[in-house]
Design a protein around this ligand. Sequence first.
Ligand SMILES: [Zn+2]
Ligand SMILES: [Zn+2]
Ligand SMILES: [Zn+2]
Length: 142
Amino acid sequence: MTADLEARLRAASLRVTRPRLAVLAALRDHPHVDTDTVIALVRSDLPTVSHQAVYDVLRALTEAGLVRRIQPGRSTARYEARVGDNHHHVVCRSCGVIADVDCAVGHVPCLTASDDHGFVVDEAEVVYWGTCPDCAADRISQ
Ligand SMILES: [Zn+2]
Ligand SMILES: [Zn+2]
Ligand SMILES: [Zn+2]
């Protein structure tokens, strides 16, 4: 199951290492997790890997475009391995859970600014905020 992840690293001209593969696998299986969760997931695979090693891997993978870093509102940074499709996120205001929303357009920038002030706009950051089904159900039952 790591052949695909190895190919992604090679396509980005990154050396294939076990920590890099472990981080990519963790993010493939657990999208939108924060750094501490990535460390815990990677350590279940590679118990001796250091915090710093995971930070370094996350930075290298993000810079290479293999991992996307998102930070909706004031929440801590989250990471995901689903990249390149300009998808958006819906975030629960109550519990912070995040789900993917496919972009209707599929490429950046998917919204045209009413006035771009002469800027060359290359991205529109779209975050949908609301209440997730679990929190909505809790509210009704209280
Ligand atoms: Zn919620
Ligand atoms: Zn996502
Ligand atoms: Zn969009």
